[in-house]
Design a protein around this ligand. Structure first.
Ligand code: SAM
Length: 438
């Protein structure tokens, strides 16, 4: 492999174009900024202060006027102070996705995530909060960032071997130690399985209660023909085809405990992925929401009712909580999970449509949208409808920052912002923002 940038920059190498780069500040998406002949290059698989050889992911001939290029580090010439031996060899350069910071020391990951978060808030123009105070906190008792992931999708190749997709490729790579997975998923030893014919992917879940669960995913699978091998052990098994979910062993559900409450979740449904996340976020929402006794609350993007339970406890039986969720099955489960709380009602709807159709306001709102965030229309609607407080739970700081800046223009201010490392060894950040009228 050449280390001569002049040669590499001048003609295409058979395996892509190689550049020698000095790496600087973190950027969004888990990459770091370098420069080549004045052009910004966003580099994956490196760390601040490193000198690396990186393979361009964009073809300069196709994008001669591009403002930036993207690249992946393939060799480290001078390591940075934050580099450590990777916790997951198979996730290194050209390996599987989902652990892009596994070569960076955990405290440094959190420092870098803090820098990214602060920069996104500044760039979005968030002005009502001292941004330098935002710090990414570890999850409680998470010392090494390993064994946290309770939901994982695995890929299956044509011979039925189970692995994971390469980053930016369809190749199925071996799992190796799979160290981010929760113990119950690692114990399945999926790398030794041969999946039945027609299985395209396997979703594995390690719930807090009961055995692990796997869902065999394949458009044309016939559940009646699938035999669960003895060697798969004590695991619930379901099949998901284009016609829906069919349990083969167990009931196609998992159970999650948070405090004294048990939540039923579909084996393919949404639940917070880090094994400590549901409890940690419930506590953070509980502290932040402060719904008035006898008052009203909306739980938007409510899933199976995690935060509606928190709001219900605060408003008490004389109050009201409405949990709104777009997925019909999740919404039904929220109703079942919270049936002992008469103050809670549930609705299946698009959140923005639902809020737009409301007459009258509400005391407090908790919202927990997917990565694309709430969006400007919903923030406008909430700015007008909410009387006291909005607690915004976010898994994507860039859309959070956009939405916070938007509601600031409507007379609201940020009074607290906590950020959590609930996806260690990746660049993702979870956060809980508290908004009040100023
Ligand atoms: C990040 S999850 C949060 C779920 C829940 N708050 C929890 O913590 O378990 C986002 C939820 O929003 C739902 N969702 C996504 N887009 C939606 C929309 N436009 N309207 C209503 N619900 C939506 C998804 O089905 C998912 O359950």
């Amino acid at each position: 492999m050449s280390t001569d940038p002049e040669r590499d920059a001048s003609g295409p190498a058979p395996d892509g174009r190689l550049l020698t780069l000095s790496v600087g500040a973190p950027a969004a998406g888990g990459t770091f900024v370098a420069r080549h002949e004045g052009r910004v290059v966003f580099v994956r698989g490196t760390a601040p202060g490193e000198t690396v050889i990186a393979r361009l992911l964009d073809d300069p001939a196709e994008k001669p006027d591009a403002r930036f290029w993207r690249a992946e580090a393939v060799e480290v010439l001078e390591p940075g102070v934050d580099r450590v031996p990777t916790v997951w060899e198979e996730a290194s350069a050209e390996g599987i996705g989902g652990a892009e910071w596994s070569h960076i020391a955990l405290p440094a990951q959190r420092r870098i995530a803090t820098e990214v978060m602060q920069e996104l808030l500044r760039r979005a123009g968030v002005s009502s909060y001292p941004i330098e105070e935002v710090q990414v906190e570890p999850a409680t008792h998470d010392m090494d960032g390993l064994g946290w992931r309770t939901r994982m999708r695995f890929a299956v190749d044509e011979e039925g071997h189970v692995g994971m997709r390469g980053w930016r490729s369809h190749d199925v790579h071996p799992l190796g130690a799979n160290p981010l997975a929760a113990r119950a998923i690692r114990d399945l030893d999926l790398g030794s399985w041969t999946a039945p014919e027609g299985v395209e992917a396997i979703d594995a879940v390690a719930p807090s209660v009961g055995p692990a669960s796997v869902v065999l995913v394949g458009r044309d699978l016939d559940p009646a023909t699938i035999r669960v091998p003895e060697e798969w052990g004590d695991v619930d098994v379901s099949v998901r085809t284009s016609r829906g979910l069919v349990p083969l062993r167990g009931d196609g559900m998992v159970r999650e405990r948070v405090g004294d409450r048990l939540f039923a979740v579909s084996a393919t449904g949404f639940w917070q992925s880090h094994r400590r996340a549901a409890e940690l976020l419930s506590e953070a929402v509980s502290t932040a929401l402060r719904a008035p006794r006898g008052g009203s609350a909306w739980d938007l993007y409510g899933g199976v009712g995690l935060f509606a339970a928190v709001a219900a406890e605060q408003v008490g039986r004389d109050g009201t909580v409405v949990s709104v969720e777009g997925n019909r099955r999740a919404s039904q489960l929220a109703a079942e999970n919270l049936q002992d709380l008469p103050q809670v009602s549930t609705g299946t709807a698009d959140v923005t449509d639902w809020v737009r159709a409301r007459r009258g306001g509400v005391d407090v709102v908790v919202l927990d949208p997917p990565r694309n965030g709430a969006g400007l229309e919903l923030m406008d609607l909430l700015a007008a409808a909410v009387r006291q407080r909005i607690v915004y739970v976010s898994c994507e700081p860039s859309t959070l920052a956009r939405d916070l800046a938007a509601i600031e223009k409507k007379g609201w201010g940020l009074t607290e912002l906590r950020a959590f490392d609930l996806f260690p060894h990746t660049h993702h950040i979870e956060s809980v923002a508290v908004l009040e009228r100023v």
